[in-house]
Design a binder for this molecule. Structure first.
Ligand code: PMV
Length: 333
């Protein structure tokens, strides 16, 4: 008799890196060359459901997934011998693959849905590893708040650590959508191109630990100024590495630049906020709940901006099996 999954539903929040990972030390294991520090976002949620079905179906926002997306789910399902066919459906409650890190929440939700639905004996570090294979940012969506991901190449593992901060509760992220549609180049390809060809890649790797340490210190102390300085520096360094790859990878468009300029200008006038951008043109502004409406109002008026969203910090995923919430406690082993 094939093994059927119990009906399972997982909600996982996406995350945005304040200090980025860019580049892998192992392509096969998708192992990051540097650590990263992120914030989990409450309003950017992926919901994934899994149930038995007559045929395998993989849906993203109600339509069949692209083959390479379905392949990542199948890679996990191949680990289950003699399984029934499944209906695997994922819904992103935000624009997909436009640099808003849907691969992070999508990856975490996928691994947890398969683990819970099939009651697999995966422990915490196995779940982290499988999320990492899905995408470098996915393990960070397993925890809430600020999350530090550190690679340990000698053990071929990454560790995850929540970073407590007095800034967390009041923090808000304003996401300024600077284009429509999916991104032109995947971060997976772009970062490999950077590793192989950018003359600045070695400097990116060798200076990265310092950025992480400074940002963690800023969070622990509640030092906005230091946090913004490190975050913007690290973001611009990552984009400089991408831009100086051959061929060049330029994620920004004129709206991206206009938003960055406005953030700097308003900051000089006393507004609280700093920017970061991932592998796409959108700008995310870290600010607090008092300043968030100011940024929101400003960018809604800026010509060319497609949307402005605000998110509070999010928590770890919610896993429901047969309608009952099951504890998803990331217990360190
Ligand atoms: O999660 P991936 O492998 O698609 O890469 C994400 C890379 C960045 O978003 C640019 C940086 C990060 O640390 O999230």
């Amino acid at each position: 008799m094939p093994i059927s999954p119990r009906p399972t539903r997982v909600e996982a929040c996406s995350n945005i890196a304040l200090i980025k990972y860019w580049g892998k030390s192992s392509l096969r294991r998708n192992f990051p060359a540097v650590g990263s520090l992120s914030l989990t976002l409450r309003e950017f949620v992926t919901t994934t459901t899994l149930e038995a079905s007559d045929e395998d179906q993989f849906l993203l926002d109600g339509t069949p997934m692209a083959p390479e997306e379905a392949e990542r789910v199948l890679e996990l399902l191949h680990r289950i011998p003699n399984r029934s066919r499944v209906l695997f459906s994922t819904q992103n409650h935000f624009p997909t693959a436009a640099g808003l890190a849907s691969s992070a929440s999508g990856g975490a939700a996928c691994v947890l849905a398969i683990w819970a639905g099939f009651s697999l004996p995966w422990n915490y570090s196995r779940i982290v590893e499988l999320c990492l294979r899905f995408s470098g940012s996915a393990p960070r969506s397993l925890l809430g708040g600020f999350v530090l991901l550190r690679p340990d190449p000698s053990r071929r593992k990454v560790s995850l650590e929540p970073v407590p901060s007095p800034l967390l509760e009041a923090l808000r992220v304003v996401v300024v959508q600077c284009s429509e549609g999916r991104k032109e180049v995947s971060s997976r390809l772009a970062m490999e191109q950077s590793r192989k060809t950018s003359p600045f890649y070695p400097a990116w790797v060798s200076t990265h630990k310092l950025d992480l340490a400074q940002a963690v210190r800023a969070l622990r102390k509640g030092d906005w100024e230091l946090l913004i300085e490190c975050m913007e520096h690290n973001t611009l360094k990552m984009h400089a590495v991408a831009m100086t790859s051959r061929p060049s990878v330029l994620f920004w468009n004129p709206i991206t630049l206009a938003v960055m300029r406005l953030v700097q200008e308003k900051r000089r006038q006393g507004w609280l906020g700093g920017f970061t951008m991932d592998a796409g043109p959108h700008v995310k502004i870290f600010t607090d709940r008092e300043n968030a409406p100011l940024w929101q109002g400003l960018f809604r008026e800026l010509p060319g901006v497609r949307g402005v969203f605000v998110s509070a910090p999010g928590s770890s995923p919610r896993v429901e099996v047969e309608g009952k919430v099951i504890p998803w406690e990331p217990v360190k082993l």
